[in-house]
Write a protein that binds this ligand. Structure first.
Ligand code: GLN
Length: 296
């Protein structure tokens, strides 16, 4: 890309060409979003100033960003921004990029919590913290704990809690599911019981990861994707112990892969959960399994 005295329009055009040639699906849109990120200007500004010359330094900064995207680094990791449930989240390569599909899981949780006062939420494999934090943003009386095995992921979750002014109601614990001390009944510790245990655990069968698109396969954390041989490892690990962290009548909710509804609901039923239900996302695919911890 030539960088000297080019108009914004020429810059955008050249960026889109580079992305298109690199096989980026939404080349023009991404080229625009990178320009918007760099300049902080919106579309209205662009249309009024498209013939204006961009400075050489801006052009070379833009070129750097375009090259990153051309290398199939997900756009969200370059601009460090994702919107989820109407909240803005910071993301980087330490965390899975929050998906719109996961909003189905959060919406189900919010419905179940409608009549619960000051609900406590436990979010396992929290990643960016998007699930726990969007529940806390929607419910001003809620509080919760988010766990992740990766310390660097927890740093991102914590940063998001601060940015969203939810830090005083969100607690972060490094834990491989229930391995942390706070979940053990020993040395006088009695684990806290929550109204909801929610998780979008890694659920992709290990053998399918290499078939995913480059953005996911090479740039999103493998630990956030890999659910073992059949993708169900985390459901098998979490479900039998979950009741120990739920109040009677509390709910266990999972995000699942489109073909895991039957297997995961069977797991819940086998562990004594009631009212087990599979819920579809906006595309009509099975996306959530939930069940209630038996009332006394
Ligand atoms: N809970 C986070 C999300 O839904 C991270 C999930 C994960 O790392 N598997 O985006």
């Amino acid at each position: 890309m030539e960088t000297e005295t080019r108009t914004f329009e020429a810059l955008l055009y050249a960026g889109a060409e580079i992305l298109k040639n690199a096989g980026i699906e939404e080349a023009r849109l991404d080229a625009w979003l990178l320009l918007e990120y760099l300049t902080g200007k919106n579309r209205a500004w662009y249309f009024a100033h498209r013939d204006e010359k961009a400075s050489g330094s801006l052009a070379s900064e833009y070129e750097k960003l375009v090259k990153k995207r051309a290398a199939h680094i997900p756009l969200q990791y370059i601009v460090h921004q994702v919107f989820f449930m109407g909240c803005e989240f910071y993301v980087d390569e330490n965390v899975l990029i929050p998906r719109q599909d996961t909003e189905t899981l959060v919406e189900e949780a919010l419905k179940l919590l409608e009549d619960v006062k000051r609900p406590g939420i436990l979010d396992l494999c929290t990643g960016s913290g998007c699930i726990l934090l969007s529940i806390l943003a929607a419910r001003k009386d809620a509080w919760g704990t988010g766990t992740d095995i990766m310390e660097n992921a927890l740093k991102v979750a914590e940063e998001n809690g601060r940015r969203l002014s939810l830090a005083d109601r969100a607690f972060w614990v490094q834990s491989d599911t229930f391995s942390a001390d706070i979940f053990q009944e020993k040395n006088g510790n009695i684990p806290v019981k929550y109204d909801i245990l929610i998780s979008n655990p890694p659920y992709i069968p290990a053998g399918e990861i290499d078939g995913l698109k480059e953005e996911v396969r090479l740039h999103e954390p493998r630990t956030a994707l890999d659910g073992g041989e059949d993708g169900l490892d985390f459901y098998r690990e979490i479900t039998p112990s979950a009741a120990g962290y739920l109040k009677p009548g509390g709910w266990l909710l999972y995000e699942i892969g489109w073909n895991q509804g039957r297997a995961v609901s069977e797991l819940l039923r086998d562990c004594g959960y009631q009212k087990v239900k599979v819920i579809q996302d906006l595309s009509g695919l099975d996306r959530v399994v939930l069940g209630q911890h038996a009332c006394p």
